[in-house]
Design a binder for this molecule. Structure first.
Ligand SMILES: CC(=O)N[C@H]1[C@@H](OP(=O)(O)OP(=O)(O)OC[C@H]2O[C@@H](n3ccc(=O)[nH]c3=O)[C@H](O)[C@@H]2O)O[C@H](CO)[C@H](O)[C@@H]1O
Ligand SMILES: [Mn+2]
Length: 322
């Protein structure tokens, strides 16, 4: 039985051996084991109903655009340490159990994963049995009276935690919303220097002017009406630790400048994230399969749902309304 619980923040990690273990992970090394059996890839056949490449030549990942056997073999060779950063502040601790339990079933199965749980209610973190090589680290953060402070605060606390601790413990970092459950494989095909997920509500929006980007020039997140590629969700994003650190810190710093100027971006850190990713293109774009939601009809092109956002009563779970 492994719970692997540790509670710490500013203190130096004690470690169980895992933390200091050097990983064999190397960026960009696409080395596959010998003798692996898998279907021959075709140059002619593939998904024809959706685009699976961006105009900067990055993969746009859908079910059917990768072979899990091949991808897993490559990334298992690197055996990266994967950090998942989630916040469960106030009433959001109720989402932890299902998130972790389903994560154990579908998220990076057979990989080394640490769930970093940032919470103001350590005692409400459930005991979930984890597979070998996986653990939970609890980090305490202050409570909040505005949900906006929690969602933006994520950028601040994640910046500090990466600096103080996570940098020496992980190769990849994912930032995720906690109000979600895994439903289907979410695996190594999602790994790259910087991977962002298309927001399910806007992935088919034909006109970029209709993206909910921040449109006020006074905000650091401002994007002119005639610019933009896609609208990305801030509920799931990931990449190499240092690239993620740069981006998380960017969102934190930009929102601090906004705060000084008495402005809050339309969709908080999501607006800053979208601004960054417009000018610093992600190296993989993950389709809306990677974040759907319980209350939206499933569209024809979405063959599987890997994470689904739980339908929740905003007024009931959030500390404030609007
Ligand atoms: C699907 C999607 O695009 N999600 C975005 C959308 O989220 P949502 O409307 O889904 O926001 P949300 O209520 O899930 O808040 C985002 C996350 O912050 C944490 N939290 C929030 C409030 C609180 O009291 N306690 C707490 O722990 C928790 O991890 C939660 O999952 O808008 C937010 C900002 O407006 C963020 O950009 C989310 O990533
Ligand atoms: Mn959410």
């Amino acid at each position: 039985m492994q719970y692997g619980y540790e509670v710490r923040f500013s203190s130096k990690p004690e470690g169980d051996g895992d933390d200091t273990q050097t990983s064999s992970w190397k960026p960009n090394a696409l080395i596959m084991e010998k003798g692996l059996k898998y279907d021959k890839p075709s140059v002619m056949k593939g998904r024809t109903d959706v685009n699976s490449i961006t105009n900067w030549n990055a993969p746009l990942v859908w079910e059917g655009t990768f072979d899990p056997v091949v991808i897993d073999s490559i990334y298992k060779k690197m055996d990266p340490r994967i950090a998942v950063i989630v916040f469960a502040v106030g009433k959001y601790t109720r989402f932890l159990k299902a998130f972790i339990e389903t994560g154990e079933k579908y998220f990076m199965v057979d990989f080394r994963v640490t769930y970093y749980i940032f919470t103001d209610h350590e005692d409400e973190v459930p005991k979930v049995q984890l597979a070998a090589g996986r653990k939970i680290t609890i980090l305490t953060v202050p409570s909040a009276t505005r949900w906006q402070d929690v969602v933006l605060g994520r950028m601040k606390w994640a910046t500090i935690a990466i600096d103080q601790q996570i940098r020496s413990e992980a190769d990849y970092v994912f930032m995720m919303d906690i109000d979600s459950t895994f439903r289907y494989r979410f695996g190594a095909e999602s790994l790259s220097r910087l991977s962002a997920v298309l927001h399910r509500g806007y992935y088919k929006t034909p006109d970029r002017a209709n993206f909910p980007y921040e449109r006020r020039p006074q905000s650091q997140a401002y994007i002119p009406i005639d610019e933009g590629d896609y609208y990305y969700t801030a509920a799931v994003w990931g990449g190499y630790l240092e690239d993620m650190y740069t981006l998380v810190k960017y969102c934190y710093e930009q929102s601090k400048i906004d705060e000084k100027n008495n402005i809050e971006a339309a969709w908080q850190e999501e607006s800053h994230l979208n601004k960054y990713l417009l000018y610093n293109k992600p190296t993989k774009v993950l389709s809306a399969e990677y974040l759907w939601c319980d209350y939206d009809r499933i569209t024809e092109d979405v063959k599987v749902i890997r994470i689904s956002q739980i339908a929740k009563n905003y007024a009931e779970v959030r500390p404030n309304w609007n």
